[in-house]
Design a binder for this molecule. Structure first.
Ligand code: NAD
Length: 475
């Protein structure tokens, strides 16, 4: 593959004005951190979603992330602005980050696998349309390798005489620990072709990140590294989950196996926690994207290899539901099941691809009555997610509405959701669940009282001694 020769001939000065397109889970926290650590830089975060911008300007931010409120409060109105004034914010900036969503395509060529780059393309067109002078455009979104080529081509169609350098700077933060991850990243990756442009971004991060953690690469390595990092992480989860199924069949204990292999320094302990399955907006979409890239470049074996990581994850979710149904005497019809947690993991209100959606959907299709409690996810979000999942499984809209009306209740505490329930299904590892009063909860439940712990969060509490029938993952 040939390298694109475009490099900047422009003299690039220090960055003083940044615009970020996309005020989501990445754009919001990342820009808040840059504003905090670089008080000399004016940071504007723009979005076409007016309601989202209004929330960023209110006391209740649109995303829940520990420590985020404090950072936003410190910087908002000083050098951090959230606005819908897209054109003028782009025009005024020396550096423009693109941090918009890149979901899996649901239609046309590559449907179900390829990344939908429509929002990226719209951003590139907008930047080309309104820019004057020189700008550094930074891909912050996770993108398929070679996307920068398309971005550069679109930018070169500008008619205002503007010039551009394109950098890739993928974000490695994890939801729930975004502020920690941004404060002390393992590394920051910057890929590009123009040394001056790379250095301009290096200088921004160097305000708080040690220089040795600022890795610079070529554009394509940087784009591909982000997809690869997510694929490797998800692969570890699917690998230990595959072993959890074997543990349940053999009386081995998956946590003991994970400890035994995780203490091998070549393997390491992280991302070896067996669970009901990984979720979140990134892992599945990024692996599918990698699968699509492998297919596109004529590598079906490599595509199949990575696709298995996603298949294993689907198996883990359906296995969890099967275990509940079988254990509850082969039927959950009309039985109340308390669902603890709906977010894809603790410390976030994000439910995208949460395992809870699929577990709840399958339990509802088995006619269970669900009482769902999550400390951060709204009732509206739960209804939206379940509606979408049930409709996608082929159920018609009227039946879906009726099912949600009669069989789903949103509870305001884990105790109230468990009252009169046959079973508790713990699906998100929120800390408060381990602190619940299980003696009282047991007394309020139907007997025998079952707990299916999809995160092994309650394993150490010896709940069998309180009279529960306790089932975790992988033992
Ligand atoms: N969420 C994560 O944990 C995470 C971590 C690392 C990387 N990423 C990647 O970062 C990117 C953004 O993810 P996210 O979770 O922040 O998405 P998000 O959906 O939370 O936010 C994206 C925002 O972009 C806005 N937007 C879309 N098109 C726009 C346009 N043309 N002009 C202005 N605004 C526009 C949307 O309104 C939305 O508010 C994705 O590529 C994702 O893969 C996400």
């Amino acid at each position: 593959m040939t390298r694109s020769p475009q490099t900047s001939k422009q003299k690039i000065g220090p960055v003083t004005k940044i615009c970020c397109i996309g005020a989501g889970y990445v754009g919001g926290p990342t820009m808040a951190m840059i504003a905090k650590k670089c008080p000399h830089i004016d940071v504007r975060v723009v979005d076409i979603n007016e309601a989202r911008i209004a929330q960023w300007n209110s006391d209740v931010l649109p995303i829940y992330e520990p420590g985020l409120n404090e950072v936003v409060k410190e910087c908002r109105g000083r050098n951090l602005t959230f606005t819908t004034a897209v054109d003028e914010s782009i025009r005024g900036a020396d550096m423009v980050f693109i941090s918009v969503n890149t979901p899996t395509k649901t239609f046309g060529v590559g449907a179900g696998r390829a990344a939908n780059l429509e929002f990226i393309e719209k951003c590139a067109r907008k930047i080309a349309e309104v820019s004057e002078g020189h700008k550094i455009v930074v891909e912050k979104s996770t993108l398929p390798v070679r996307t920068a080529e398309a971005v550069k081509t679109i930018l070169s169609s500008t008619t205002n005489g503007a010039s551009f350098d394109v950098l890739s700077n993928p974000e490695f933060l994890a939801e729930g620990t975004a502020i920690e991850d941004l404060l002390e990243p393992d590394r920051v990756l910057i890929g590009g072709e123009s040394e001056a442009a790379i250095n301009a971004l290096v200088d921004v991060y160097a305000n708080w990140v040690p220089r040795e953690r600022l890795l610079t690469t070529n554009l394509w390595s940087s784009e591909l590294s982000k997809l690869t990092a997510n694929a490797f992480l998800a692969q570890r989860v699917s690998s230990i989950n595959a072993i959890s199924a074997l543990c349940e069949a053999t009386e081995a204990d998956v946590d003991e196996v994970a400890l035994a292999i995780g203490t091998d320094s070549r393997i390491g302990p992280k991302f070896l926690k067996a669970s009901v399955g990984f979720g979140g907006s990134c892992f599945q979409k990024d692996i599918l994207n990698l699968v699509y890239l492998c297919e596109y470049f004529g590598l079906p074996e490599a595509a199949e290899y990575w696709e298995q990581v996603v298949k294993m994850n689907d198996f883990q979710k359906s296995r969890f539901v099967t275990r509940i149904v079988r254990t509850l005497f082969n039927t959950v019809s009309d039985k109340k099941i308390a669902v603890w947690g709906f977010a894809f993991k603790k410390d976030t209100n994000d439910t995208r691809e949460s395992a809870a959606i699929y577990v709840c959907r399958d339990l509802l299709l088995e006619k269970a009555k669900l009482s769902i409690y999550d400390p951060r996810v709204t009732k509206e979000q739960i209804h939206r997610d379940l509606t979408e999942a049930i409709l996608a499984s082929g159920v018609d809209a009227n039946t879906c509405d009726a099912l949600l009306q009669t069989n789903v209740e949103i509870a305001d505490s884990c105790d109230s959701s468990a009252a009169d329930a046959h079973a508790i299904a713990l699906l998100t590892e929120w800390d408060e669940f381990a602190e619940a009063d299980f003696k009282t909860i047991h007394a309020s439940m139907k007997k025998p009282a079952f707990i299916f712990d999809g995160r092994n969060t309650l394993k150490k509490l010896s709940l069998d001694d309180l009279g529960f029938r306790y089932f975790g993952i992988g033992f």
